[in-house]
Design a protein around this ligand. Structure first.
Ligand code: FE2
Length: 137
């Protein structure tokens, strides 16, 4: 999703946040694989139905904006929605991890991912505020 979002975004500020988060997300996947292995489980790849639905909704509407600035507000909103979902998922995993005796090292990996998702949400929301403010001009 992130490369497509980056290519659709006109705002350099928002595109920069998305590009940086794309790099982070690749590290997140590596950390998640490490967490699986710490639990003696083999990671597999699958799609998250809620994220798939968010992407589908975005795909359906992304081309319907006549104004690039309004489209960027839409892109920022979509990015924020995805970050909220990811943060809720990490919070749930961290809570579950306490119940199943997740090691400190594995918990720290999840916390790093959770922290970067939170920082990204803050940056996306700042861009959203700026882009929405620009619509008044
Ligand atoms: Fe994310």
């Amino acid at each position: 999703m992130l490369p497509k979002l980056q290519s659709e975004t006109v705002s350099e500020g928002l595109a920069s946040v998305v590009a940086e988060h794309l790099k982070q997300t690749r590290e997140h996947a590596t950390r998640l694989e490490q967490v699986f292995r710490a639990l003696d489980a083999e990671p597999t790849s699958n799609f998250s139905p809620p994220v798939e639905k968010l992407a589908q909704h975005h795909e359906e509407l992304a081309g319907s904006f006549a104004d690039d600035r309004l489209a960027d507000v839409f892109h920022a909103t979509a990015a924020a929605a995805t970050e909220h979902h990811e943060i809720a998922s990490y919070d749930a995993l961290l809570t579950l991890g306490r119940s199943v005796g997740l090691s400190d090292d594995a918990r720290k990996l999840l916390e790093r991912n959770r922290g970067e998702e939170g920082e990204t949400l803050e940056r996306v929301e700042a861009e959203l505020q700026r882009l929405a403010g620009d619509l008044r001009e």
